[in-house]
Write a protein that binds this ligand. Structure first.
Ligand SMILES: Cc1ncc(COP(=O)(O)O)c(C=O)c1O
Length: 401
């Protein structure tokens, strides 16, 4: 009989030639346990999903209570499903005013697609502006926004027209004009190498979109739910977009995305034609039950404050590692980027860190930058373990240089 690893290699579609390939047994808190009896500290939280760690008791009990009542009953938007409506209402309470109409999807990319359709219908325009370094997902329209031409090129022509502007460059915003339906931006670029824009830039962007009538879409798929030290990263910049896109931690570990905006804007999807944007599984009852429990846990524990403290500590300690390999350490809350002088140094650092039992990875559109995004609930001893592993990994990279 074949091993699970054989089946994985032979029959699962592969996304790269070098998967991490850990065979997962179970996961609990900040730890992932593998079939060979080892354990790994999850310093990326499943890429920002498991904000409260793995196996949170409140989330698990909400899932099992919901599973006993009902699973799927009808496409999103037809029946009244209490967990869906309650989660929408809770999000509306917690998001800035004016973003209280929620459309649930299955994933981040699907929410981006829905937001783009809404902006087109609202403005009657076709153009989109995105930013160099951006990542918004891998479906066709989301991929068209990707701020790295190498990932777009093999799939072109992609839905357009899309203009890519430099991130954090106020002067470039003049390219946003009356042909633009939507401007899509991450409040902190994660896959772009953990880049944090200036408040002035975000304010100028808001102003430019008001002036030209372009719909401003904030992609908070990775930055939402406490990751950056605030409940939403929007709060760092003092501007409110027209649409905010959520996913990842939204579902508490189950698949769930959403785009949220004002009544008039999101209402455009219910008329001319009706049912112009529908989804079978978006807003699945299990995902909404998990998401609602996760949101209450997050708010009750004010976990974004813990994220801020933990992030400050990690950045300070990594800054103290010294040497010439690391050229910058930056981040907000528990979204931390460690920039290396060259990509191979970052790649070796990742391999050496994983070999020491701590999972980290580099970012898609800036592969010199290693990203840390541990669960917000990570404790001091676990942070210490992660820092020790990274310190030793850096020494191994140096020794092998
Ligand atoms: C900022 C951002 N937007 C959108 C997406 C796409 O989300 P999904 O993978 O759920 O389609 C991601 C995924 O990593 C992301 O980081």
């Amino acid at each position: 009989m074949s091993t699970v690893r054989d089946d994985f290699m032979r029959h699962l579609a592969q996304t790269s030639e070098a998967p991490i390939g850990l065979e997962i047994d179970r996961a609990e808190g900040a730890w992932i346990y593998t079939a060979d009896g080892r354990r790994y500290l999850d310093f990326i939280a499943g890429i920002g999903v498991s904000a409260l760690g793995h196996g949170n008791a409140a989330i698990l009990s909400a899932i099992s209570a919901q599973a006993r009542r009902h699973l799927h009953v009808m496409v999103y938007g037809e029946y009244i499903i209490d967990v869906q409506a309650r989660l929408a209402a809770r999000l509306a309470e917690l998001l800035p005013a004016g973003l209280g109409r929620i459309y649930f999807t299955n994933s981040g990319a699907e929410a981006i697609e829905g937001a783009l359709k809404t902006a087109r219908k609202h403005t009657g325009r076709a153009g989109t502006v995105a930013f160099n370094g951006a990542y918004h997902g891998d479906t066709m329209a989301a991929l068209a926004l990707m701020g790295n031409p190498a990932f777009r090129a093999p799939f072109e022509p992609l839905p357009g027209p899309v203009r890519h502007l430099p991130y954090n460059d106020v002067g470039a915003l003049e390219a946003i004009d009356e042909t633009i339906a939507a401007v899509v931006i991450e409040p902190v670029q994660a896959e772009g190498g953990v880049r944090i824009p200036d408040r002035n830039f975000m304010m100028a962007l808001r102003e430019r979109c008001y002036r030209t009538g372009a719909v401003l879409i904030f992609d908070e798929v990775l930055t939402g739910f406490g990751r950056t030290g605030r409940l939403f990263a929007i709060e760092h910049f003092g501007v409110v977009p027209d649409i905010v896109v959520l996913a990842k931690a939204l579902g508490g570990g189950l698949p769930l995305g959403a785009f949220c905006g004002g009544d008039e804007l999101i209402g455009k999807l219910s008329r001319n034609p009706p049912l112009g944007h529908i989804t079978t599984f978006g807003g699945h009852p299990l995902s909404c039950a998990a998401g609602l429990a996760a949101l209450e846990e997050l708010v009750d524990g004010r976990w974004w404050e813990a994220a801020r403290r933990a992030g400050d500590r990690i950045r300070a300690e990594v800054n103290g590692f010294g040497g010439s390999e690391i050229v910058a350490v930056r981040g907000l809350g528990l979204l931390v980027g460690i920039e290396f002088a060259q990509p191979p140094l970052a790649h070796r650092f990742v391999a050496e860190t994983i070999a020491r039992g701590v999972i980290v990875n580099w970012t898609l559109n800036a592969d010199r930058v290693v990203r840390l995004a541990p669960p917000l609930t990570i404790n001091d001893a676990e942070i210490e373990f992660g820092l020790d592993a990274m310190r030793a990994a850096l020494e191994a990279v140096r020794a092998g240089a």
